[in-house]
Design a protein around this ligand. Structure first.
Ligand SMILES: [Zn+2]
Length: 370
């Protein structure tokens, strides 16, 4: 049995009015007197609806997508992922005057994450779901096999909630080397969840002095240099170096102290790039440039050397051969756990002017690791 519309509205307001009057009679608290009003809001809130169109995909091949209707008409609609310290927006759109919306956002971060559609202000509305971003391979080894770079117990890393803008100095290696670097970059981005953007070519070589400074539009420099330009390749018998070049104090999503790397760099030995000890590949019968580059990128994003010989962050190249006799340029389970913690897993950073307990306001960047 249904009532005609006009009668129903009158009946509802009568009931609500009566409920409010009764509550006021029992307790004159203003908060309680407002209950009837809140009841109406709850009703409106329930009118929203979210249909999740895509919540499971392989990293690099999909996006989180949803459509539906939010209460309150035209609103800013956000896609957010839950991180330590709060929800982080990774896509936004506007709903129509009727409240309908359609939204999609890139979340290329390996693992299972809690994601929601959210609006704020009046008629605030949230609906969450679980998103799975699958690995395209089975990472090997022990997830505990990772170590963080630190200075007096404080980690270094990029602020994971900011896009890392990177340039490539491919003067010695041409377009093949640039594309190769971009493919390595994509893997590191999926491991950390940190979005990256290629901003173009550079001619700069990092770490030639104690104070490398990148142009204002770059957060990461990927460079190739020969052994005359970078004699440390020979003196420290290294295929490459990586690490932060500029640090400032910050707090992560759990309010822990962290050195925010505002600029980092990696550099690779082009004499060896054209040598025969390694293959310029991601899978092969010899140690791979893909492995070396993933390793130095790991340093640039905050990882120190791992104790697991089957991990990319192991200090020595060439230990990574798989049981089938092939080398593969793929982060292992320990590398990935470390990179997730050095990425979105630590929550967004808040900049602070200095740490309270006497640590300096800024420190010189540490010597890059091979
Ligand atoms: Zn290293």
């Amino acid at each position: 049995m249904t009532l005609p519309r006009s009668v129903r509205v009158v009946a509802a307001s009568l009931v609500l009015g009566l409920a409010a009057a009764l509550l006021v009679a029992v307790s004159p608290s203003p908060a309680l007197a407002g209950l009837g009003h809140h009841g109406q809001h709850d009703k409106k809130r329930k009118k929203g609806k979210v249909v999740w169109d895509s919540t499971s995909f392989y990293a690099g091949s999909g996006a989180v997508a949803a459509h539906g209707k939010v209460p309150g008409g035209k609103k800013k609609v956000k896609l957010q992922v839950k991180l330590p310290g709060g929800w982080h927006t990774f896509a936004s759109t506007k709903s129509s005057r009727k409240g309908t919306f359609s939204i999609a956002g890139t979340l290329n971060w390996y693992g299972s994450h809690k994601v929601r559609v959210s609006t704020s202000g009046r008629h605030r509305f949230n609906r969450s779901t679980k998103v799975n971003v699958f690995y395209t391979y089975a990472p090997r080894g022990n997830p505990a096999d990772h170590v963080f770079l630190n200075h007096q117990g404080v980690r270094y890393s990029f602020n994971p909630c900011k896009t890392v803008r990177y340039a490539v100095n491919g003067d010695d290696v041409g377009p093949f080397g640039v594309l190769f670097a971009q493919m390595v970059m994509a893997q590191t981005s999926m491991a950390t969840g940190i979005p990256v953007r290629y901003v173009g070519l550079s001619h700069q070589i990092p770490f030639q002095t104690d104070e490398t400074r990148l142009p204002g539009n770059q957060d990461l420099l990927i460079a190739f240099a020969d052994e005359t330009e970078m004699p440390d390749f020979v003196t420290r018998s290294a295929l490459g170096f990586g690490g932060p070049v500029q640090l400032r104090p910050a707090r992560d999503g759990r309010h822990r102290r962290v050195w925010e790397a505002t600029q980092s760099a990696v550099v690779f030995d082009t004499n060896k790039w054209y040598g025969t000890d390694l293959e310029q590949a991601f899978v092969g019968k010899k140690p791979l440039w893909g492995e070396v580059m993933l390793h130095e990128f790991g340093h640039a994003f905050g990882l120190d050397h791992s104790n697991g010989p089957d991990q990319i962050m192991y200090w020595q190249a060439g230990n990574g051969v798989y049981p089938d006799g092939y080398f593969r340029a793929l982060y292992g389970a320990g590398d990935l756990a470390g990179l997730a913690t050095d990425g979105l897993g630590q929550g967004c950073f808040r900049r602070v002017t200095r740490f309270r307990d006497g640590a300096p306001a800024r420190i010189a960047a540490p010597r890059p690791l091979p």
